[in-house]
Design a protein around this ligand. Structure first.
Ligand code: MTE
Ligand code: MO
Length: 374
């Protein structure tokens, strides 16, 4: 069993697939903490968790003139200043189960909790690239920085992904080679001993168990960059899809969801308290969250609770809460939320027009139906 060496996991996680291990925390636990405890942080593995010996570990960095650097963990921690970033990581498949209800899609049945937030600590990617001899942005042209994991499939192919060179060097220097998560050593499930942290960018590019960095005129040739994690029109099906026609997902769109009450909950009359999260990609902060208790006819503005973040650098979510009146005599409520980001991007109101065969980018208004019990 190639998964026999996987680490133990927290029993509260809702398991989506055991081998490889994929799990999300229960929604109501997710928003109990601004920083998600490492054990409850959602886990998305495509392959077995590799066992990496920290003493012999070397990060390979292909230099611009064909020379490859091999950096030990000690060198990464001592030669480059430690930088810390609070960032939310979201899987492209978060909320896929809602798309699946419109029409079947291919992928794991994620609920609303395939995202989590941590304080990441590590070396800046741009410092390491500069150390390897790469120029500041501008001279590099339309290049990509590729990442390879140490996890491999049975054919020996590693998990891989890439981001634009401008993202790697830019993003205010907040792209990390992270060795810490919430002040602890990176857990095995999250990429021990080193992972890439690309704030504002889809989970899939945040490569764990990082083994190799390279710079190329081409995007990563890995399956996950080329033939997965792309969005398509609702009209495209598995007979007609041509993955080469769509760009790889990088920055994610504005997102929000309700974590309390749970779907189908029985709530008392009078007042209802609704809780959830909101986030947007690319460092665009959350401007506002609107909540409706009547299916979207009338709206209330929720109270946002999050760390202060600089404009354009708002990498972490906002948790939000709203207490609103339950219309007297109502027996059922359609609770709805939608977020607006700093660029006034809004979530689409329904799922069907954004349905896609892979079930990614599912960010319609989140709707939760509850009954009022007198
Ligand atoms: N990196 C490697 N090496 N292997 C993987 O399977 N999964 C990716 C990304 N990085 C993956 C990886 C995907 S799709 C997501 S959503 C995030 O890791 C999940 O990170 P987490 O498990 O720390 O939450
Ligand atoms: Mo993902």
């Amino acid at each position: 069993d190639p998964y026999a060496g996987d680490p133990p996991r927290h029993p509260a996680l809702k398991v989506n697939s055991l081998k490889p291990f994929n799990a999300e925390p229960p929604a109501e636990l997710l928003t109990e903490n601004y920083l998600t405890p490492n054990q409850l942080f959602f886990k998305r593995n495509h392959l077995p968790v590799p066992a990496v010996d920290p003493a012999s570990y070397r990060l390979q960095v292909e230099g611009p003139r064909g020379r490859t650097l091999a950096l030990s963990l000690h060198e990464l921690k001592s030669r480059f200043p430690k930088h810390e970033v609070t960032a939310t990581l979201q899987c492209a498949g978060n909320r896929r189960s809602e798309m699946n209800r419109v029409r079947p899609v291919k992928g794991l049945e994620w609920g609303v909790a395939a995202l989590s937030t941590a304080r990441w600590g590590g070396a800046r990617l741009r410092d390491v690239l500069a150390h390897a001899g790469y120029p500041e942005e501008g001279q590099a042209g339309e290049q990509h920085v590729g990442f390879e994991g140490l996890d491999q499939d049975l054919s020996g192919a590693a998990y891989g992904a890439s981001i634009p060179y401008s993202t790697a060097m830019g993003c205010h220097g907040d792209v990390l080679l992270a060795y810490e998560m919430n002040g602890e050593e990176l857990p095995r499930d999250h990429g021990y001993p080193l992972r890439v942290g690309v704030p504002g960018v889809v989970g899939a590019r945040n490569v764990k168990w990082l083994g190799r960095i390279s710079v190329s005129r081409e995007e990563s040739q890995s399956h996950w960059q080329q033939n997965d994690y792309k969005g398509f029109s609702p009209s495209v099906d598995w007979d007609t899809v041509d993955f080469s026609t769509a760009p790889a997902i990088q920055e994610l769109p504005v997102q929000s969801a309700i974590t309390e009450p749970a779907p189908g909950a029985a709530v008392p009359p009078g007042e209802l308290t609704v809780k959830g999260y909101a986030w947007s990609g690319g460092g665009r902060g959350v401007g506002r969250v609107d909540v409706s208790l009547d299916g979207g006819r009338t709206w209330h503005v929720a109270e946002l609770k999050g760390e202060e973040q600089a404009p354009g650098r708002a990498w972490a979510w906002q948790l939000w809460q709203l207490t609103g009146p339950v219309a007297p005599g109502s027996t059922e409520l359609d609770v709805v939320c939608k977020a607006v980001d700093a660029s006034y991007n809004v979530q689409p109101d329904t799922v069907a027009p954004i349905w896609n065969l892979r079930g990614v980018l599912s960010n319609a208004w989140h709707r939760v139906h509850v009954t009022v019990v007198q």
